[in-house]
Structure formats: C-alpha cells, structure tokens
Write a protein that binds this ligand. Structure first.
Ligand SMILES: [Zn+2]
Ligand SMILES: [Zn+2]
Length: 299
C-alpha cells in the first residue's frame, strides 16, 4: 500500500514536472519578447544605452510616438497570433471525416482508430492525428496544421520584423560598446556578456543591454532562416513533410497556394488576426495536381 501510494506520488510528480517543462519554452519566449520590447521602448523614451550619463539627444515627441506605436503593434500581433495559434486546434478531433476510407491517399491510424485523409498525419507529442500537418512546434507545444497555419506564419512574420527593428535600434548599443575601440573588454562584452557580469567587469545595466542586443541578433538569424523556409513552402504549396519527401502533389501555383494557406484575404490578413480570411478548402479534400509518388516525382 505504502509503495503503491509512493509510486502514484512519483507518477504525479513526474507528470507535473513534464507539464511544467512543456510550458517552459512558452514562458521563456514570453519573457524574451517582453524584455526586448521593454528595452527598445526604453531606448526610445530615455536613450542612455549603457551608462546614465551617456544620454543621447532626445527625439521629438511625435517621432517617439511613431516608434512606440510600431513596437506595440508588432507586440500585439505576436501575442495575439501566438495565442490563436495555440487555441485553434488543427486536429481531427470533432471533425466529421466522412466515410471515404478507401479513396486514394487515405490511411488508417491505429492509435486514433480512424481513417484519415491525405496530408493528415499522427503527432506523437499531441497524441492525435492533425489535418494537413506541417510540423510540431516545440516552442508552443502545438502542431502546425490546416486550421492554425495562418496564425503560425503571421506570428513568425511579426517576430522577424520585431527582431529586425530591435537589432537596428540596438545598433546604438553596439556602437557605444565599440566606441572604446576594438579592445578585449569591448569584444568580450559583445560576445560573452555573462562572463563579464560574473567577473564583475561590467555593471548589471551594461550587461542587460549587451545581453538583449546579443539575443536580438541571434534570434533574428534563427527566425530569418525559419521564416524564409516557411514562406518558400507556402508559395510551393508544400508541408514540411512533403518537402522532406520531395513531393509537391497539391500545388495550385503561387497565388493559389497563398490563398489555400492564408485564406481568401491572404493579401490583408497578415496585418491583424482580427481580419477574417476564410480558407477555401476543408482540410480533408485536396485537389491533386502532381504525382503522389516521390520516386516518380524525382525521376
Ligand atoms: Zn492518429
Ligand atoms: Zn503535435
């Protein structure tokens, strides 16, 4: 009895730890996004990147307002799209799939015990089949599929524009650091601000600015690669899985692919998640325009 309750306690503790770890990337991302926004707002409003006496000439009020407006527009879009991305389920749960189990492209998922349509595949993290599955996003613990693709892509787009903006704004921080010349101190502060902080060679304030500026540069490089890849896939009408198997059987041409990925208002919907943009398909039936066989497609 004692070992039984101990075992269930260990099991509960493990599942609790698993849940907490599952939320860790979201928490970390949120902290980073808000820290970067806070820092660039501070740069606009106060200036003085590293030491208090280094205040630069102040900007005029309306120019500061334009900057703040742009920053919070991007922040709102990142948060809103991210929350809709997580909330919009792309799975087959609650979807009437019809009785077309024998049609070409349909498969049977033994885990979900259901016939599943083309482009649908099982996610072992979400433990369910996902319609037009692209990939499982580890940062949000959610699959990218037919219904939430738009929110995923728009969130990525605004993360990219926000980081690009933050890097440009932080150019001032880099310039202030390098003003003392390319000395070992300035280079170390740029590359490894943590070590400089621990060894007591910089003030916590200088560390915070150097750390955020570094994070923006690394983040921009990562997000740029990711955004470029996904925009390419969107235009090609491919999912990540189809790209890996070099198949492109459902492409509708670049414009058609944009419409099928982002909805009928694809040219406008990226401005705000509030703009409705209904998707033309149902995520179950797809028009085949090329070869379904990777071997034939490759030859
Ligand atoms: Zn399944
Ligand atoms: Zn998943």
């Amino acid at each position: 009895m004692a070992s039984g309750s101990g075992g269930s306690f260990a099991g509960r503790a493990y599942s609790r730890a698993e849940r907490v770890c599952g939320h860790l990337p979201v928490v970390l991302n949120t902290v980073l996004v808000f820290s970067i926004t806070g820092e660039v707002s501070y740069l606009v409003l106060v200036g003085a990147p590293l030491e208090a006496d280094q205040a630069r000439t102040s900007w005029v009020g309306w120019w500061k307002a334009v900057h703040l407006l742009a920053q919070y527009f991007m922040l709102a879009n990142i948060c809103w799209n991210a929350s809709l991305f997580v909330k919009t389920s792309p799975t087959i749960r609650g979807v009437f799939l019809g009785g077309e189990g024998m049609v070409q492209g349909w498969r049977y998922c033994y885990t979900c015990e259901s016939h599943t349509p083309p482009r649908c595949s099982h996610c072992y993290d979400c433990k369910v089949c996902v319609l037009r599955r692209d990939h499982h996003c580890v940062f949000f613990g959610q699959c990218v599929g037919f219904r939430n693709y738009r929110y995923f892509l728009c969130c990525l787009l605004f993360m990219w524009s926000g980081l690009l903006y933050a890097v440009v704004m932080n150019a001032e921080v880099f310039m202030v650091i390098l003003k003392e010349g390319v000395t070992p101190h300035s280079v170390l502060l740029l590359l490894v601000p943590w070590i400089m902080l621990v060894s007591g060679q910089v003030s916590p304030r200088a560390f915070a600015f150097a750390f955020i500026a570094d994070t923006c540069v690394v983040g921009l490089l990562l997000v740029s690669a990711f955004l470029f890849f996904h925009v390419l896939l969107l235009l090609r009408g491919q999912t990540t899985r189809e790209w890996y198997s070099s198949r492109r059987p459902y492409s509708q041409g670049p414009l058609g692919n944009l419409r099928h990925g982002l909805g009928s208002r694809w040219f406008l919907c990226w401005l705000s998640p509030l703009i409705p943009s209904p998707l033309p398909g149902d995520g179950i039936h797809f028009q085949v325009t090329g070869s379904l066989d990777p071997a034939v497609a490759g030859s």
